[in-house]
Design a protein around this ligand. Structure first.
Ligand SMILES: [Cu+2]
Length: 122
């Protein structure tokens, strides 16, 4: 097989169609990515979370916003999503991306009575 035979394997018109399809696929994939992700804000005030049961979609983020006068340390108790945001000072916010489905139990390491649940659905 010579070089000419290889380049002629696909007629130019089919190459164009294939390239067009590929471009379209890349565009569709890009638009279904982070563009659809939603950010859910959960505040902490009076030593409690503003939501005790939150349902989000895979790819969404949750921002934990500390509105108390004391520090909080939000972390996960679940394998579905492991994270530890560390000590968060008053009036600061930290974000977590929920990247797989499951139920995530969330607690404050400094105040174990502060608990909430995040359900991550497809
Ligand atoms: Cu706390």
């Amino acid at each position: 097989m010579n070089v000419q035979a290889t380049t002629q394997a696909l007629p130019p018109s089919m190459m164009k169609t294939a390239l067009y399809a590929l471009t379209l696929m890349v565009l569709v994939m890009a638009s279904t990515g982070d563009a659809d992700a939603e950010d859910h804000v959960v505040t902490q005030s009076n030593m409690s979370f503003s939501a005790t049961d939150l349902t989000v979609k895979v790819g969404d983020t949750v921002s934990f916003s500390n509105r108390d006068s004391m520090a909080h340390n939000v972390y996960s108790l679940s394998d579905a999503k492991t994270f530890d945001l560390g000590s968060s000072a008053p009036n600061t916010s930290k974000k977590v991306t929920l990247d797989q489905p499951g139920v995530v139990d969330v607690e404050c390491a400094l105040h174990p009575s502060m608990r909430m649940k995040i359900k991550v659905t497809q």
